[in-house]
Write a protein that binds this ligand. Structure first.
Ligand code: PLP
Length: 379
């Protein structure tokens, strides 16, 4: 049985362009980019070329892009680094979207230890940030607002223009987690919108363990790591040259794609599931990333379903955290107002740019068969 991979929001396979670009840096080339001799200079040049690509993608200055080890590290640097770099004692509140990724939400204890008060901006039933609530929570004492570009679990695109306008009205820094939207062909570059933005290579067919932060010139952020002066003294540690080169190659490859096939496969899959009684969490497709199909099957918990699906050759997820081997209720669904039981029912299927209509139909048939087997075992 051929396996069908429908978890591209979790990670994506390495594209040939990235693999090819990385090969030299995993083989013959090994220089330390901080070294002054030829091997080091070549490594530094490779990183500079990659920085050029990412800054072109973002639409920002070359020096405004810094490489990190992950999207998580980039988001931590943005949020905690802004808190450390803040010199205005009147700004002690930080507003985080209630349905953000854990790399944003879990900065809370660190921020509190630094003396900040963290509040969560509520979301609506489909994880869209509530601009009215954000507006009422904002004030001149807010240092930073963090609202992602698209929700990783449900796939909901956020009104980031509105978020940016509101945050800036009150002089707050706006951080946007753009990890899930980097692959969008009609992306909205954060330059001029966000002050800080975070990216991750492995969500766009690049390698794992590489991320980037866009740090708009003039935004006060302090480094979280101490050591060498790499990345303009903002991220100490010898750079992952192969990974950075692969990241840039993956981003260049993105520019040659569109999301038509991905969207078509996702739509076909969703239609088949809806007809079989699955409930789409975000009914309006226009609000969604092109690859996301998030559904619930009322009365069936995601864990049971995912175990069966794995056996049936379909790789999917709930998008929720897994601790001690079992699924937690999704913090995103809880934030949307679902009960604990319902928040354990979310199933996330995410299609990639190369997912086909045939795969979508076959996957839908397997998902429906698994649901039928579960209800038969309950009867
Ligand atoms: N932000 C979002 C929205 C994500 O989906 C993820 C990964 O799942 C991250 C941040 C973290 O990225 P990384 O896996 O590179 O740490």
């Amino acid at each position: 049985m051929t396996r069908i991979y429908l978890d591209h929001a979790a990670t994506t396979p390495l594209c040939p362009e990235a693999r090819e670009a990385m090969a030299a840096w995993l083989g013959g080339e090994f220089g330390n980019p901080s070294s002054l001799y030829a091997e080091g200079r070549r490594a530094k040049q490779a990183i500079d070329e990659a920085r050029e690509t990412i800054s072109e993608y973002v639409g920002c200055l070359f020096a405004e892009v810094l490489f990190t080890s992950s999207g998580t590290e980039a988001a931590n640097l943005a949020i905690v680094g802004a808190a450390l770099g803040n010199e205005n004692p009147g700004r002690r509140r930080v507003l985080l979207g209630a349905a953000e990724h854990h790399c944003v939400l879990h900065t809370r204890p660190l921020l509190e230890r630094l003396g900040y008060h963290v509040e969560f901006v509520p979301v609506d039933r489909v994880a869209g940030i509530r601009l009215d609530a954000l507006e009422s929570m904002l004030g001149p004492d807010v240092l930073l607002v963090s609202v992602m570009h698209a929700n990783n679990e449900l796939g909901t695109l956020q009104p980031i223009e509105g978020v940016a306008a509101l945050a800036h009205l009150y002089g707050a820094i706006y951080h946007c987690d753009m990890v899930q939207t980097m692959a969008l062909p009609d992306r909205a570059p954060p330059s001029g919108l966000a002050d800080l933005a975070t990216f991750s290579a492995h969500k766009v067919n690049g390698p794992k363990g590489v991320g980037a932060i866009y740090l708009k010139a003039g935004t006060r952020v302090k480094a979280l790591s101490a050591g060498g002066g790499q990345e303009r003294e903002m991220r100490a540690g010898t750079e992952n040259v192969a990974g950075i080169v692969g990241f840039a190659a993956a981003v260049r490859a993105l520019w040659r794609r569109d999301a038509k096939a991905q969207r078509g496969a996702r739509d076909r899959f969703r239609e088949q599931l809806e007809a079989a009684g699955f409930v789409p969490t975000v009914p309006d497709r226009a609000q969604l990333l092109p690859g996301h199909a998030h559904v619930r099957l009322p009365g069936v918990d995601a864990e049971t379903m995912l175990i069966r699906l794995d056996r049936a050759g379909v790789s999917a997820s709930s998008g929720a955290a897994c601790s001690s081997g079992s699924l937690e209720p999704s913090h995103v669904l809880l934030a949307c107002g679902y009960s604990e039981k319902e928040a354990r029912e979310g199933l996330r299927f995410t299609f990639g740019h190369d997912s086909s209509l045939g795969e979508a139909e076959e996957a839908a048939a397997r998902v429906i068969a698994c649901a039928a087997a579960i209800s038969a075992s309950k009867a």
